[in-house]
Design a protein around this ligand. Structure first.
Ligand code: ZN
Length: 206
């Protein structure tokens, strides 16, 4: 399975990093080896001085599809969840400046937190497009967002990505992060909440 990650899908986050608002979705992949095993701490890699948290709504692909039309995209996922796209911002910045790929900054071991709870779109208590999620760092909310704030709707993301690569059952889409990204350090406790329900807790080790 693959993890497909959308970049710059919230205007306020694109602006906080000084990036242009994209005219079409931007995506990259993480391998399945990037998934942080459940209940494992996140170890800051020795080769980065600046690991950022990016909390993101996750969508799990429920059937195989290619060149999916936006109006049919809703049939390709049943459940949503929450995760973190850990990013080595210093390494990513160097890669951007040189025009190099982002894998070292984005696809390293442990860089993908995936909650082990998946919630049916219809079981969130609100229409899934209106759900709210947040990331707490040491008990304080540092990021919060909702699909209502996305630049590209999840259905359009599925349609877009599936033009280039077949989506397979079990693939996970990271739908981009809202503003408030920032560095993690040894001892930090991260907690993700979706509609006030705790979806994951991650302890950071330096
Ligand atoms: Zn991200």
């Amino acid at each position: 399975m693959k993890l497909i990650c959308i970049g710059r899908n919230y205007g306020d986050h694109a602006r906080e990093l000084g990036n242009a608002i994209p005219s079409e979705p931007l995506f990259f992949l993480k391998p399945d080896s990037a998934i942080l095993p459940p209940r494992h701490p996140f170890y800051i890699p020795s080769w980065s001085q600046e690991i950022h948290h990016e909390v993101e709504l996750l969508v799990r692909i429920s059937r195989n599809g290619k060149s999916i039309a936006p109006e049919f995209a809703h049939r390709y996922f049943e459940k949503v969840s929450l995760g973190i796209d850990f990013t080595a911002r210093d390494i990513q910045q160097m890669a951007k400046e040189k025009g190099h790929p982002w894998e070292k900054a984005k696809a390293f071991d442990g860089s993908a937190v995936v909650s082990n709870q998946w919630i049916s779109k219809s079981a969130l208590g609100v229409p899934w497009e209106e759900c709210r999620f947040e990331l707490l760092k040491n008990g304080e909310t540092v990021q919060s967002g909702s699909p209502t704030e996305m630049l590209f709707h999840v259905h359009d993301l599925i349609a877009y990505v599936s033009q280039f690569m077949t989506l397979k059952m079990g693939d996970i889409l990271f739908t981009g992060t809202p503003a408030g990204v920032g560095p993690v350090q040894d001892g930090d406790q991260l907690e993700g909440r979706l509609e006030r329900q705790t979806m994951f807790k991650v302890h950071v080790h330096g």
